[in-house]
Write a new protein. Structure first.
Length: 95
């Protein structure tokens, strides 16, 4: 279950950078996308499309699945995505 879920419910959209944050968090934990998928109820193809290819949007339910699989609060994934977006907007992150 997501920590601080009540704060996330008020969000209108998942930040655009969340797929990259999820992929980076998986790599930090030594998880391939196949291994990440195995820890969720999603297929490998679905994880690939949502995280790597970014062809599908990530819902709040997906965020919870990924957070649980990565053993990190969903709010932490959101925080990282927002920090990355802010740094990019300030020109601190090369694209």
């Amino acid at each position: 279950m997501l920590a601080n879920w009540h704060n996330l419910v008020l969000m209108k959209a998942i930040p655009n950078g969340i797929p990259g944050v999820i992929e980076a968090a998986a790599k930090e934990r030594g998880l391939s996308l196949a291994a990440l998928a195995a820890k969720t109820r999603m297929s490998y193809d679905s994880v690939l499309r949502k995280v790597r290819r970014r062809e599908r949007s990530i819902s709040m339910e997906d965020l919870q699945e990924f957070a649980d699989a990565l053993e990190v609060p969903g709010s932490e994934l959101i925080r990282r995505a927002e920090e990355h977006a802010l740094a990019a907007a300030q020109g601190e992150v090369a694209r």
